[in-house]
Design a protein around this ligand. Structure first.
Ligand SMILES: Nc1ncnc2c1ncn2[C@@H]1O[C@H](COP(=O)(O)OP(=O)(O)O)[C@@H](O)[C@H]1O
Ligand SMILES: [Mg+2]
Length: 179
């Protein structure tokens, strides 16, 4: 007897094989990798990562996005500042946020920063960079069917938010066909 997979089952199987658990351990890994930069900035990284469902995608690329955001947050943090890395489950999938206590980003410039070579002008002592990190991050997040944006944090600072879709549920048994 042969089991015949329908296209829908096959797609689910492929997604499941590529599924990665964006568990707190992985994000902690990203945070650990940035401890050196945190120390030179006299800032600290706090992680608040709830267990989240698996998402599908390229783990190294997604960790690169989180590392980029952490590096920006630390570079713009005041001495003694806290950078918070958080993950939680939302309706669309998994939400990851990186928040700092720096100068923040004016709302009217927020969308421009995701363009290549875009950097905020006129800030004394602004950290150097290429202006590519956020453009690359957006490309990676969109490749994964997700969204990334920046908001104002409270009471001050920037909060970068990314939402990645979760792996679709396994097709119900009734949809399976056995030939
Ligand atoms: N956490 C942040 N707080 C304030 N400004 C930020 C933050 N992250 C990014 N920016 C602004 O966005 C610009 C683009 O960031 P990015 O694309 O990572 O390039 P780079 O870090 O190389 O300058 C930065 O130059 C900076 O002006
Ligand atoms: Mg950067």
């Amino acid at each position: 007897m042969h089991a015949r997979l329908r296209l829908r089952d096959l797609l689910w199987l492929l997604a499941a094989l590529a599924a990665i658990a964006l568990a707190s351990l992985r994000l902690d890994e990203a945070a650990r990798g940035m401890q050196g930069l945190a120390a030179t900035r006299e800032a600290r990284i706090v992680t608040r990562c709830a267990p989240t469902p698996p998402i599908s995608g390229d783990r190294d690329h997604l960790l690169r996005v989180v590392t980029n955001l952490l590096s920006n947050a630390l570079k713009h943090s005041p001495p003694g500042g806290t950078v918070t890395l958080a993950a939680r489950t939302v309706a669309e999938g998994v939400e990851v946020t990186v928040e700092d206590e720096g100068p923040g980003i004016p709302a009217e410039e927020a969308h421009l920063l995701f363009r290549p070579f875009s950097r905020l002008e006129g800030r004394d002592g602004a950290p150097s960079g290429t202006g590519l990190g956020l453009a690359i991050s957006r490309a990676i997040v969109e490749q994964h069917g997700g969204r990334i944006w920046v908001e104002r944090a409270s009471p001050r600072g920037a909060r970068f938010v990314l939402v990645l879709p979760g792996v679709p549920d396994e097709p119900a048994e009734s949809h399976r066909q056995v030939a």
